[in-house]
Design a protein around this ligand. Structure first.
Ligand code: UDP
Length: 236
């Protein structure tokens, strides 16, 4: 289905993981994105970003806002597939298999710590390298070289949206991996740098509100939500 001009794949968690497993079987590069309302609002006013999202191999419905919009547009998606939970399923699948991961992004030390925690919690997962996400355009080629040298199957990119999607798209023909995924703030949470919301907030589907209230930088970003609601209603 399409929301504000961006294709959202009608996948459950199970189907999304199955697709990823199939991507790993193919000798080609695949892009997986996790559009949320904020990203769709950027795409609405940025045709280039919209095209990048639409060129992916899978766009998973990340967030309750996307599920809400699908119902509003009378094409209800069956469930939210949070990027955070999705990559954990892929780690679980990668245990004791010849599947390797590379963590790119977040502040210095964070991806490294996240990798350490994943290796601890998912015994048998292979993480072949990590690099922080603060580099100049001149350094990009060297970063790609470093990533390719470790020969990962799955590249997780945490540069925040839309930077991470643009990066993946820009290097889609240079990266020697099978899957690249934009993972936003996942390393911050996995490394323990940022806490996930208390269970009650998650249960009430208010994790976004908790994150907005506890991180002032995010508070401003919450203003995208009423705009998203209006835009979806208008597009009906
Ligand atoms: N980030 C980065 N390089 C940049 C800008 C951001 O590595 O130039 C990282 C930042 O440190 C954070 C991640 O991108 O770990 C995602 O940021 P945010 O929490 O805004 O992501 P969201 O999940 O909300 O897209």
């Amino acid at each position: 289905m399409e929301i504000l001009g961006v294709r959202i794949d009608e996948v459950t968690m199970e189907k999304a993981v199955e697709n990823a497993k199939n991507f790993l079987e193919e000798e080609k590069f695949h892009m997986i994105f996790t559009p949320n309302p904020e990203m769709l609002m950027v795409a609405k006013n940025d045709a280039e970003f919209s095209n990048i999202l639409n060129s992916s191999d899978m766009n998973i419905p990340d967030g309750n806002g996307i599920v809400w919009a699908s119902k509003r547009l009378k094409k209800p998606l069956s469930e939210r597939v949070a990027g955070f939970d999705f990559i954990h399923k892929i780690f679980e699948f990668g245990k004791n298999k010849p599947i390797s991961f590379y963590f790119l992004g977040s502040k210095p030390g964070v991806a490294e710590k996240a990798a350490e925690n994943i290796e601890k919690n998912f015994n048998g997962v292979t993480i072949v390298g990590s690099h922080d996400g603060y580099f100049s355009m001149e350094e990009e080629k060297e970063i790609i070289r470093k990533i390719n040298k470790t020969n990962p199957d799955v590249l997780l990119v945490a540069l925040g949206a839309p930077k991470q999607e643009r990066f993946i798209y820009k290097y889609r023909e240079k990266l020697n991996c099978k899957i690249a995924i934009g993972v936003g703030g996942c390393f911050d949470v996995i490394s323990g740098n940022v806490k996930r919301a208390p269970k009650l907030f998650i249960k009430l589907k208010l994790e976004w509100l908790y994150r907005g209230l506890t991180d002032l930088k995010r508070l401003k970003r919450l203003t995208a939500i009423p705009k998203f609601v209006r835009a979806v209603n208008k597009s009906r």
